[in-house]
Design a protein around this ligand. Sequence first.
Ligand SMILES: [Zn+2]
Length: 173
Amino acid sequence: MSDDWSELRDVDPLTDGRVRIDFALAIADLPRLRSQLASAEGQVTGRVRFGRDRGVAVADVEISARAELICQRCLAPFACPVECGGRVAMVADAEEADRVPEGLETILAPGHRISVRDLVEEELLLALPIVPLHAGASCPAPGQMRIAGRGASPGEERHRPFERLDELFKRGP
Ligand SMILES: [Zn+2]
């Protein structure tokens, strides 16, 4: 099995053969995820197991990673260990998505082809907090965001969280 994680693979032989793939990806190779992170350094490791659930092609994804997020209260980066996983149904179109049993996440696999990278990225995006924050007392400057917002000098404006995410996104691959 090749180590090109972005390679599209046919879903049917993977699920019929109950194939298991161990992966190690660089965060830098996950473009949609990278735009939400303070740093593109680090690795994502884990495994994908393919199979069927009530006739539907599924992948069980287990992920271990350490993401550098930006605290939306003090705007400092912090390391967030991520251990996540779940079962996702791979569907080629909306009609197939309708047949997926309730409670299963779905991912689009056009033409019944999917890459390990897309499975991993989707699962990680679901697992990351929508508004990342330092845990309670470990945030060094809990009141700072409000003060910066009122300061309204052009220099400070640029550091407002959403614009900053926007800039990271534009920098892109
Ligand atoms: Zn903080």
